[in-house]
Design a protein around this ligand. Structure first.
Ligand SMILES: [Zn+2]
Ligand SMILES: [Zn+2]
Length: 356
């Protein structure tokens, strides 16, 4: 079978790899759609994974073979699949922080979603897959994992109806968060980004205000919109460390900052006086856990999160390098990119910005 294998920055090869063999309690899945996640791009461009890795974890497909001990699934079933499984028994799991479980990142499907077929190990069969109803497309199914991650974030900050929210970054994650904030009855949704296309999309997904932080001072704008109060929630969905102090500056008293993007690890300074007197909070959220997937599927199936509207680009497996360049382009007209192993090369869907 074919897979898109990462070797180095700028070196992803579309090549022949062995078809995975399944055990008695495992599933062989034909991948129909795999979403390109911001973290895939981060891993490929910042050399965070070892050569030979097949990335891709937002997966939907059709089962071609089930092991004899697998119950509840059969060949022909369409399913979504996520990549990490917590142990449910360690210190972090018992405290409900499943994505911090030491087993979590060690578990994965084989070889990864950017392949024609994947082996779904027994633990995943038990915890991270689910059937797709007929009205849910493969592409919607491939959005279960990212929607689950966003749900995890909203859960961690105990998002309440009536909260005003600033979402920093209107990429694929920001656009899911806008739709969730709308669904969870946010009073005001402000979105900031540097890219005019994404800001326009943000408005289409239900943002009340879209602020271009390249041309406008974000703090001034947010204070003006909220009549000087600041917002109750800031969600940082762009991996820029400098956004953290800015987020705290526009936070209402009692407000929460949710950090939902990888930062570089650089030190930033924040106004510490705000914690005691104003009871502000900074909360991080990483990935999702098995309990989020059925809810995420419901949100997609009911179109509360409109996956079809988010997908701007579709590429074949061989075109993964182009897909990454396209998604990474700062002024690209891109929200969500899908990799379709069955799509023929040269039939990419979506505008590929000049200079790529
Ligand atoms: Zn992801
Ligand atoms: Zn655990």
């Amino acid at each position: 079978m074919k897979a898109a294998v990462y070797y180095d920055k700028g070196d992803i090869r579309y090549e022949e790899v062995a078809l995975p063999m399944i055990g008695p309690d495992e599933i062989l899945l034909k991948v129909k759609a795999c979403g390109l996640c911001g973290t895939d791009i981060h891993k490929a461009l910042d050399r965070l994974v070892s050569p030979g890795t097949v990335l891709g974890h937002e997966i939907a497909g059709e089962i071609v073979e089930v092991g004899r001990e697998v119950k509840g699934y059969a060949a022909g079933d369409r399913i979504y699949a996520a990549h990490h499984v917590p142990c449910f028994t360690c210190h972090h799991c018992r405290r409900g922080a499943y994505s911090l479980c030491p087993q979590f990142k060690r578990t994965n499907v084989e070889p990864g979603g950017f392949a024609e077929y994947i082996r779904i190990p027994a633990l995943h069969v038990q915890h991270t897959i689910g059937k797709l109803p007929a009205q849910v497309s493969d592409e919607q199914g491939a959005m279960v994992e990212p929607v689950a991650c966003c749900l995890h974030g909203f859960e961690k900050i105990d998002f309440r109806p009536g909260a005003s929210v600033l979402i920093m970054g209107a990429g694929q994650i920001g656009c899911i968060q806008i739709q969730l904030a709308r669904h969870f009855l946010a009073s005001q949704i402000i979105v900031s980004d540097l890219n005019p296309f994404r800001l326009q999309k943000a408005l289409e997904f239900g943002a009340d205000y879209a602020v271009n932080s390249a041309t406008h001072d974000l703090e001034t704008e947010v204070m003006e919109i909220t009549a000087g109060a600041g917002v109750d929630v800031v969600i940082i969905s762009a991996g820029v460390d400098a956004l953290l102090p800015q987020a705290i500056n526009v936070l209402n008293r009692g407000g929460t900052v949710l950090v939902f993007a990888p930062f570089s690890g650089r030190q930033v300074s924040i106004p510490a006086a705000r914690f005691f007197q104003d009871e502000v909070k900074i909360v991080g959220a990483y990935s999702s856990n098995p309990y989020h997937y059925p809810t995420a599927l419901q949100l997609l199936s009911s179109r509360i999160v409109d996956a079809e509207k988010m997908i701007t680009h579709r590429f074949s497996l061989a075109e993964l390098p182009t897909a990454i360049a396209c998604a990474h382009h700062p002024s690209g007209q891109v929200i969500k990119v899908m990799i379709k192993p069955e799509q023929e090369e040269g039939n990419a869907v979506g505008t590929v910005s000049a200079g790529e």
